[in-house]
Design a binder for this molecule. Structure first.
Ligand code: GDP
Length: 283
């Protein structure tokens, strides 16, 4: 389920995250490995201020592994600690408690100096819709707790989930909205399922995708539609794919809407192979 965001929702979501943050030692931000920047809300850093943060680069099973490695370096250069995970299969998740502890070292040292008995570190999963927050919580809890597709504004008593002896996790995630900085960000969010497809122009999103694939993953694109060559002319590309897929209208004309829908769906379903839609800036 994808949420439609209006100013009222945004203000409420922000307030709810702020309230949760009061209880938190370490923030865990989940991003989509295919679009690690476009799937962040820039408010996160402003909201959490100086609190330590771990970035989980999730859905790595769908992304291009080379690009994902570059993203880890990118975050590191920005002094952010990140971990590559696949929450659906539980890959990489066993490293989370150790990283959280590492990030909380200053706090643990402060407790020690003050003679305070250490308690488990309190963490919150935070991110925009559909990046896999609930899946992460359920995997860490080892059972089904967070409803998949949990909505902001649904109040229920919050509980701490124990993750090992030294970490606790709030059972409901903090949800922020995606930013629509520019059209490209919007296309990336639509293609990866972070925003409703109905609010999107299929053809425009597909043109964006085809141009991106032509530039970055030409072989995957050719293979998918058995194309011998690619063209910069999008009309030609739509025609070629349409003919391959039998999207013809009367008079032998290609039905562009159907082509767009097919290509868009193929991407959503991972039919092209492992693709990242965003590379680190200056790469
Ligand atoms: P939330 O809105 O951030 O809580 O996201 P969900 O946990 O509801 O996940 C959104 C969708 O992404 C669901 O269909 C999940 O099954 C799927 N998902 C979550 N993590 C992964 C992952 O690592 N890999 C893949 N392929 N899908 C994932």
């Amino acid at each position: 389920m994808t949420i439609q965001w209006y100013p009222g929702h945004m203000a409420k979501a922000k307030r709810q995250v702020q309230e949760k943050l009061n209880l938190i030692d370490v923030v865990i931000e989940v991003v989509d490995a295919r679009i690690p920047l476009s799937s962040r809300n820039p408010l996160v850093d402003e909201l959490i201020r100086q609190k330590p943060k771990l970035v989980l680069i999730n859905k790595s099973d769908l992304a291009d592994p080379e690009a994902t490695k570059k993203w880890v370096d990118y975050f590191e250069q920005d002094e952010m600690t990140s971990l590559i995970i696949d929450a659906q299969r539980g890959k990489g998740m066993n490293l989370i408690p150790g990283k959280v502890r590492e990030l909380a070292t200053p706090l643990l040292e402060k407790w020690e100096r003050k003679g305070i008995n250490p308690r488990p570190l309190r963490t919150l999963i935070l991110g925009i819709p559909n990046v896999g927050k609930s899946t992460v919580i359920n995997k860490l809890a080892n059972k089904k707790i967070a409803r998949i597709g949990d909505r902001p504004g649904v109040t229920k008593a919050q509980q701490w989930i124990k993750v090992g002896k030294e970490m606790e996790l709030l059972d409901t995630p903090g949800i922020l909205w995606p930013k629509f900085e520019d059209e490209q960000v919007g296309f990336r969010l639509a293609l990866t399922g972070a925003i409703k497809e109905e609010i999107f122009d299929f053809q425009a999103a597909t043109v964006f995708l085809l141009r991106f694939l032509t530039a970055n993953y030409p072989t995957l694109l050719k293979n998918r539609y058995q194309l011998t060559e690619l063209s910069d002319d999008m009309g030609d590309m739509f025609d070629a794919i349409g003919k391959r897929r039998g999207c013809l209208m009367g008079g032998g004309l290609v039905d562009y809407d159907r082509v767009a829908e097919i290509v868009f769906r193929d991407f959503r379903q991972g039919k092209f192979g492992n693709i990242s839609l965003e590379l680190p800036p200056n790469d």
